[in-house]
Design a protein around this ligand. Sequence first.
Ligand SMILES: Nc1nc2c(ncn2[C@@H]2O[C@H](COP(=O)(O)OP(=O)(O)O)[C@@H](O)[C@H]2O)c(=O)[nH]1
Ligand SMILES: [Mg+2]
Length: 316
Amino acid sequence: MQIGETSAELKKGGKHALARAITLVEDSPRFAGTLFESLGTRAPEAMRLGITGPPGVGKSTIISRLIPRILDDGYKLGVLLVDPTSPISGGAVLGDRIRLSEILKRNDVFVRSLASRGSLGGVSLATGAAIRLLEHWGADIVIVETVGMGQAGTDIAFLADVVFLALSPGAGDAVQTMKSGILEVADAYIVNKADMPGIPSLIASLEADLVMEDGSSPVILTANALKGEGIEEVWQRFRELRDSKMTGDKGLEFRKMRTAGELKFVTELLLRDMMWNDAGLTRRADELISAICNGRADIFGAALTLLEDAGLDSFE
Ligand SMILES: Nc1nc2c(ncn2[C@@H]2O[C@H](COP(=O)(O)OP(=O)(O)O)[C@@H](O)[C@H]2O)c(=O)[nH]1
Ligand SMILES: [Mg+2]
């Protein structure tokens, strides 16, 4: 199918076209440009919720509980899982899983896994692009699940309006290694598996580690996602936090900061893609590699030569 046809179908709300479009941007960043050009004017922004945290704490289970709740409010919903190890229905109890699979057939919900391309839950170009494709498809809300621990995985803050960090007892040790990383980019915390022992001490260690800028206490919610308890609170708090963070001058500042990060990221990625797919530059690189190995050139000199050949020689 042609890109033009795919984008027309996608804008009409076609789930197959949306899936095809996401595959296209995953497979080739270069085609993303053509695709977005054919999609035309910018789609309205969705409300974006990031749910991150160590593996196994119940992120997917929380999301599988949020899906019917959000649809009940009449919103069109897109879910991206940058964590293929944990399918969306993986955490749900049997009866719910059957019900969820029925729900996922609806036209107002779309769930898709994305490869994290090697980085630990790190978001790829495809994640940002897929969010925008979901917006063109008409999503009001987009949820992104990522694996986030310590310094790794903080990129989610560049894509989501509000980030919830999910933890569970047993992942308590993880809190110690999370300082100055994912712990700080989170807007709120979900302590999941409330049915298990160790909840109070996990909350206490979180509170001890979190000093909010304005002296207020951090938002720490508890949930038992398996039973669906605490999910309503997650949904309500998301909307409150989103409203306060994304409106007014502060919201505009945040959007700019976020856009700057993403623009840089995408530009660098496209540059890399262009350079290493250029036959002339690849040949030149091969020559330079031999020269370096033979002691006739140094790495930095060779790199600058490549950039010069690519037309990027004006370091001012
Ligand atoms: N006891 C208990 N187990 C849960 C709860 N929520 C999720 N789980 C289980 O924890 C495991 C990991 O859940 P999953 O949602 O895949 O975690 P993720 O890796 O963070 O996405 C699954 O076996 C779930 O059934 C909960 O509230 N209580
Ligand atoms: Mg998961």
